[in-house]
Design a protein around this ligand. Structure first.
Ligand code: FES
Length: 113
């Protein structure tokens, strides 16, 4: 049994440029995950909060994308300048940052890889 209270999955799926489709891995998601993991480590929270690499989360058009569990908060178009806010508001607390939340258009299909 793990002691993790939260799991954050950061998509790092990367497509070739010939695919014509956006991918999180081609939009800086590896750096986002690495920076977030460093912040969690510096706070001594590694045993409580896990920052995972994820494959495609089916939100490619909104990438870089992540999901935070157990709340099930989906964020997209994340920029490095958003990380502190995500950490303090949504990971350490349970608040939702409205401007980052992925709003699924009802006509939009989630991607499959
Ligand atoms: S490539 Fe990241 S959600 Fe699909």
């Amino acid at each position: 049994m793990t002691g993790y209270k939260k799991h954050v999955f950061v998509c790092q799926h990367e497509r070739s440029s010939e695919s014509g489709r956006k991918s999180c891995g081609g939009s800086g998601s590896a750096e986002l995950r690495s920076d977030l993991k460093k912040q969690i480590t510096s706070l001594g929270l590694n045993s409580e909060i896990r920052i995972n690499v994820s494959g495609c989360l089916g939100q490619c058009a909104h990438g870089p994308a992540m999901v935070i569990y157990p709340q099930g908060i989906w964020y997209g178009n994340i920029q490095p300048s958003d990380l502190n806010e995500i950490l303090n508001q949504s990971i350490l607390d349970d608040k939702i940052i409205g401007r980052l939340k992925i709003k699924q258009d009802k006509n939009e299909e989630t991607s499959s890889c």
